[in-house]
Design a protein around this ligand. Structure first.
Ligand code: UDP
Length: 465
């Protein structure tokens, strides 16, 4: 459509970090080939700059959507907050799609978006708004932040799907077991996913933050769904966040110290514990995890936000103040925010106790590190089960946020020892399974790698014959 070859691509993100970060990574990559406008809630913009997710040198133009979003929803486990977000965000995006300028069309100018838009990419939460761009003749692509299993689950919903009260809903989004009836979902979730499904029917392609090889099973299951058979998938993962704040001096200093500490540890000895950017285990679990780590005697790094330190065993609390005193003889590090990619990539690290967020799951396999899976909500359980199926994890049962179960010292200890493999004196079977994925995942974006190839194909933005 554009003789110059460069297209104007509008990328619209749902305003949660789990969506913004991978979509913005994609935007930067597309921006090397086309003109890119990145649309996100205006109230989020200053925070994106502050967190150094967005940098002035990026080949991306930011567009703030005045959606009236109150930026208080970084706790997605609160269903009321999520429902409010959808009420404000979806209409604002629908409005945007109605007024963006199109080529050869009735050009209505949106202040800030002067050039006609050739292609729209939205994350799949915004399927309804994206369908509007389609109606106006602008092809759109849907972006899936999670893996194909999640897409499969969302696409299983239909008008007749049973619902439950929010309070009674399971913390996890789950695939039904074979032969099992569809799982009831909260009304708000149904309202969200149904338009998404409608939107997908019109999508020219689905861009997934995963690798085709990792997702074969789920893709086959989606393909069995006749209606969506014609969908084209573009696997461009992993679109991993740059180290957050890595440009700041404080963060660099921490990284330097963590790196030095890791260098001083024996190969394959360190336990790394992190539950991601949102979740934290219950207070009594924080204490138990601490007790297990101390009793194991292995060195460990634990990413635990400061407000939870009060629940740590006293011996750990006492050690926190001297962990960076220069002598490097501390057996452990407690960090408010860990340089996770650096940690996982280090040869000293042998086990990752993880909540199985999708990014963490990809990072674990990409670094060849086996996982003790402790999922808490949303897609984390499916991710944990998936890591277990790959042979790269031991999954602790019943760890969901709403569960009354307390994981015991014995149970956690057994899982960590199994995955760590220290007793056998070499990498465990779980570690070996994880290592088989390193080249595929870390090589996906290397020149000629699978995701680079699929990406270069995608950005030709040609309709399938
Ligand atoms: N992360 C990090 N340091 C921390 C905790 C998390 O660098 O102390 C990063 C981690 O590497 C991953 C992201 O934050 O890239 C968390 O994403 P994930 O999908 O695993 O979980 P979420 O935070 O969305 O629950």
């Amino acid at each position: 459509p554009n003789p110059g070859g460069k297209l104007h691509v509008l990328i619209a993100s749902f305003p949660a970090y789990g969506h913004i970060i991978p979509l913005y990574e994609l935007a930067k990559k597309v921006g090397k080939h086309h003109r890119v406008t990145f649309a996100v809630s205006a109230p989020k913009l200053s925070d994106l700059v502050k967190r150094e997710i967005v940098n002035a040198s990026d080949p991306v133009t930011l567009f703030g959507i005045e959606d009236g979003l109150v930026d208080d929803f970084d706790n997605p486990t609160d269903p009321g907050v999520m429902a409010r977000v959808f009420q404000t965000v979806l209409p604002a995006f629908a409005q945007l799609m109605t007024v963006i300028p199109v080529r050869n069309g009735n050009i209505s100018t949106v202040s800030g978006i002067a050039t006609p838009v050739d292609i729209v990419i939205t994350d799949n939460f915004l399927g309804g708004p994206a369908a509007i761009s389609h109606q106006r003749g602008i092809p759109f692509y849907s972006f899936c932040t999670a893996n194909a299993t999640m897409l499969q689950i969302m696409l299983m919903l239909n008008e007749d799907s049973p619902t439950v009260e929010e309070a009674d809903a399971e913390p996890f989004v789950k695939l039904p077991e074979p032969g099992e009836a569809p799982r009831p979902v909260p009304e708000a979730m149904k309202k969200l996913f149904l338009p998404m499904r409608t939107g997908l029917k019109f999508a020219r392609g689905i861009i997934i933050n995963s690798l085709r090889e990792l997702d074969q099973e789920a893709i086959r299951a989606i393909d069995e769904n006749g209606e969506l058979k014609a969908l084209t998938f573009h696997f461009v993962g992993p679109l991993l966040p740059e180290e957050k704040g890595a440009n700041s001096e404080a963060q660099l200093a921490t990284e330097g110290k963590v790196g030095k500490w890791l260098d001083a540890q024996a190969v394959n000895s360190v336990v790394y514990v992190s539950f991601g950017s949102v979740a934290t285990p219950k207070p009594e679990q924080v204490t138990i995890i601490g007790d297990v780590l101390l009793a194991l005697g292995q060195p460990f790094i634990w990413a635990l936000r400061e407000k939870h330190h009060q629940h740590l065993p006293a011996a750990i609390q006492a050690g926190i103040t001297k962990q960076f005193d220069g002598s490097n003889d501390s057996k452990f590090l407690i960090l408010d925010w860990a340089p996770q990619k650096l940690v996982l990539a280090h040869a000293a690290v042998s086990v990752f106790v993880s909540h199985c967020g999708w990014n963490s799951s990809l990072e674990a396999l990409g670094s060849g590190k086996p996982v003790v899976a402790w999922p808490m909500f949303a897609d984390q359980l499916e991710n944990g089960k998936w890591l277990e199926r790959l042979g790269a994890a031991v999954l602790i049962p019943d760890t969901g946020l709403k569960s009354a179960k307390v994981v015991s010292v014995e149970e956690l200890n057994e899982a960590v020892v199994k995955v760590g493999g220290w007793k056998g004196g070499e990498v465990s079977v779980y570690g070996k399974a994880a290592q088989t994925w390193v080249d595929k995942i870390s090589g996906a974006w290397a020149p000629g790698g699978s995701s680079e190839k699929e990406f270069l194909d995608l950005i030709r933005f040609q309709a399938k014959e």
